[in-house]
Design a protein around this ligand. Structure first.
Ligand SMILES: Nc1nc2c(c(=O)[nH]1)N[C@@H](CN(C=O)c1ccc(C(=O)N[C@@H](CCC(=O)O)C(=O)O)cc1)CN2
Length: 294
């Protein structure tokens, strides 16, 4: 039976460590780090994630601002706001919550963010630095997974790691990070996707499987090998009769995989809270490297 990689617990530890740093900053009479989040539209999950990020800021002692736009916002309105935030001496980092509505070119928006304030680590300059093993902001979800593996001392060196899903914010950066020369990394990585002929052929041999698909219960116990480490990034809201009207489903069929795996992340309480904690980490890094932090 697998042991749990408890993302909720580790995320609380990380936030407590950040709070200690913020308390020291405030004691020295400097301003608190400031994170801004831009939320477009009414997507329930996006609203919940952004509100949780604002709450995290409160918990660690950051200043936060939430800027809301209707789903009809134009690309130029968003670009104008980004320009303002790029120039602001009072803002250390900001994020644009994804996904964005169809009329907005996501790439244009991300490319407009000053890389020094890109605490999501999505800007091509930061993505390139990540690939080249240079110091930069790492995208929060992959950063969270690496931190979870590190805190639980999970060996990744020389392991076969299979990633399912090649999204720009999770699968693709994860595939680069797991193959980098630093710890945790040094894995032999296979990035599988919708054109992979037989995913099972890869997952059955993998020491580490990371699923980022958004396909509830996709990975079953008979698709993994005994002792594998299973990381579930998928969080899908599935409608049900509960008071909330939905439950959260991961990509992993938890019971059948937990019976065979050595370590496994739960959903909720696994990768999700780690994503938010690493955004806080990137924000304090942005603050420390900013020239406007006094
Ligand atoms: N600008 C960004 N947009 C998006 C990102 C991102 O990193 N930056 N990633 C995802 C969503 N995401 C972050 O915003 C995210 C996902 C999940 C959670 C989380 O806390 N999950 C909880 C459950 C929360 C719930 O009740 O719904 C858990 O798994 O325990 C936080 C952030 C897409 N967009």
């Amino acid at each position: 039976m697998a042991e749990i990689l408890d993302g909720l617990k580790v995320s609380k530890e990380i936030k407590a460590e950040i709070k200690v740093e913020v308390d020291k900053i405030l004691e020295s009479k400097r301003r608190a780090p400031h994170l801004v989040a831009i939320l477009v539209g009414n997507n329930g999950a996006s609203k919940a994630y952004v509100n949780a990020k604002v709450k995290d800021c409160e918990e660690v002692g950051f200043q936060s601002s939430l800027i809301k736009f209707p789903s009809t916002v134009s690309e130029s309105e968003l670009l104008e706001k980004i320009d303002e935030l790029n120039k602001s001496k009072a803002v250390d980092g900001f994020i644009v919550q994804l996904p964005l509505p169809d009329q907005v070119d996501q790439e244009k928006i991300i490319n407009a963010i000053d890389p020094r304030k890109d605490v999501d680590g999505f800007h091509p300059e930061n993505f390139g630095k990540m690939a080249l093993e240079m110091d930069t902001f790492l995208p929060a979800t992959p950063f969270g997974i690496l931190t979870l593996l590190e805190r639980y001392n999970i060996e990744t060196k020389g392991k076969d790691c299979v990633i399912i899903g090649r999204s720009k914010i999770v699968g693709r950066p994860m595939s680069i990070l797991m193959g980098r020369k630093d710890f945790p990394g040094n894995s032999t990585v296979t990035l599988t996707h919708s054109y992979t002929k037989d995913i099972e052929e890869y997952t059955k041999k993998a020491d580490i499987v990371i699923t980022a698909l958004g396909d509830p219960h996709f990975l079953k116990g008979d698709m993994i090998k005994e002792g594998a480490v299973i990381i579930d990034v998928g969080i899908t809201r599935v409608d049900d009769d509960s008071p909330k009207g939905y439950y959260l489903a991961g990509d992993v069929d938890f019971d059948s995989c937990a019976a065979k795996a050595s370590w496994i992340t739960p959903v909720p309480g696994g990768v999700g809270p780690m994503t938010r904690a690493m955004l806080m980490k990137n924000t304090i890094i942005a603050y420390k490297t900013s020239v406007y932090n006094d």
